[in-house]
Design a protein around this ligand. Structure first.
Ligand code: MG
Length: 435
């Protein structure tokens, strides 16, 4: 299988090679291409091959260079073109990958399948190479302009909040500049746009520096991205990271303001998310995990917002792929409207949650999950379009194979701690026995 939940991803030089980049680019070249990459060292040579493969098929390449995934997506919308973003998102530096776009959206699973079927079968030596390569110097400015039009610039300029940003990747070329242009006082951390300074995943363990600096300099909030900046996570003014469910709930409430309608989330959505949407008289629609599903459903249902708990948010008025830069600007606006996030977060009630992962190297992780499904005893509602999600009256759980790693993940949430512990013991046993 070439494509996972989020494009092609693997270890550089082993699973993701220059040859693969060249061939995928050739197979995908049915239109001109916007090309971007995150800050991984292997990005440049993969980009050269993607460009070469596209030009061999007589299509032009518009190269943005280092840019966030949503910037690339936006440029494909403007040019009505294809796009390839070279990134492995939050994976470690030895990984890289290719994410394919068309007209502002991630490529549909059907087109990915077509490429997969043709991969390795089409020998094409008679390349004409009439395509040309151009530098795209406007994509980042275009993205900044779009974001400025979607937040209250006046309010931000008046408040002049102090923000610490920890980009550590492609966000380095846009987020600190955008926030400064909006009138924020910006302190920039790990924003050299050259490799990574910390592990790419923006979690509590990897954001210790950011958390310390936010409270040490008396900043109003901190923002961190993953490697390709489609994600943003937020640290409050005390230096504490917002729980990801709370962060999502705050954003949903902000986006639903005066906008009663639908919100999209995935099978990983917590009770808190449901409660917030329902308190605003809205309706939540659930999709399988993955931003392509969220964006597709958002367009189909005309929803105002779609968000995953990992910090990938899609805004109806933005580009229809997760946008960590817009998320960052929106959180600055949320602070300017509501004041300190440490106070704001108290409003959202957390239930008892548990997240665990089980390693299953060398095994068929999807088969394992299927096998577990047959053994679960529950009176709850089961859905199985992506892993097994069971909704019971007082909580829910999800058993799901990771899309990018050899892991099975268990996520659980219950209103009572005792029930959570009881169910956790039952389910953990079931999973361990199956592996
Ligand atoms: Mg990402």
């Amino acid at each position: 299988m070439l494509f996972g939940t989020s494009g092609i991803r693997g270890i550089y030089g082993k699973e993701v090679t220059e040859d693969l980049a060249l061939e995928v680019a050739r197979l995908y070249a049915d239109a001109d291409l916007v090309l971007g990459r995150d800050t991984r060292k292997s990005g440049l040579s993969l980009a050269k091959m993607v460009s070469s493969g596209t030009r061999q098929k007589n299509k032009n390449v518009y190269d943005i260079g280092i840019a966030p995934t949503p910037t690339v997506a936006l440029a494909t919308k403007k040019r009505k073109s294809n796009g390839i973003m070279i990134t492995a998102s939050h994976n470690p530096p030895e990984y890289n990958g290719l994410k394919l776009f068309k007209n502002g959206r991630e490529l549909s699973k059907n087109v990915e399948k077509e490429i997969e079927v043709r991969y390795g079968k089409e020998m094409d030596f008679a390349a004409e190479s009439k395509g040309e390569e151009f530098a795209d110097d406007f994509a980042i400015e275009d993205h900044k302009s779009l974001i400025k039009s979607l937040v209250d610039e006046r309010l931000i300029e008046k408040k002049r909040p102090k923000i610490v940003v920890d980009c550590n990747g492609a966000g380095s070329v846009i987020t600190p500049y955008l926030l400064r242009e909006l009138g924020c006082r910006v302190i920039s951390l790990n924003s050299e746009a050259d490799g990574f300074n910390r592990p790419s995943e923006p979690n509590e363990k990897n954001l210790q520096d950011l958390m310390k600096i936010v409270s040490a300099v008396g900043a109003d909030l901190g923002i961190a991205h993953d490697g390709d900046a489609d994600r943003a996570v937020v640290v409050d003014e005390t230096g504490a990271m917002l729980p990801l469910d709370t962060q999502l709930a705050i954003m949903i409430e902000n986006e639903m303001d005066g906008n009663v309608g639908k919100v999209i989330s995935t099978v990983e959505a917590s009770l808190m998310i449901r409660e917030v949407v329902e308190s605003k008289n809205g309706k939540i629609e659930i999709t399988p995990v993955g931003s392509a599903h969220v964006s597709e459903k958002l367009e189909k249902d005309g929803a105002c917002f779609g968000g995953e708990p990992c910090g990938e948010y899609v805004f109806e008025k933005g580009v229809h792929t997760p946008d960590g830069i817009l998320t960052a600007a929106k959180f600055v606006e949320i602070f300017c409207k509501n004041g300190n996030l440490s106070r704001l977060r108290e409003k959202y009630k957390s239930h008892f949650m548990l997240r665990e992962k089980f390693r299953c190297e060398g095994k068929d992780k999807y088969g394992l999950v299927d096998g577990i499904k047959g053994q679960i005893k529950t009176s709850g509602k089961i859905r199985n379009d992506d892993g097994i999600r069971v909704d019971e009256e007082d909580g829910w759980f999800l058993i799901r194979a990771s899309g990018t790693e050899p892991l099975i993940r268990l996520t659980m949430e219950y209103k009572e701690k005792k029930k959570l512990e009881k169910m956790a013991e039952y389910l953990k046993n079931l999973i361990i026995k199956s592996i």
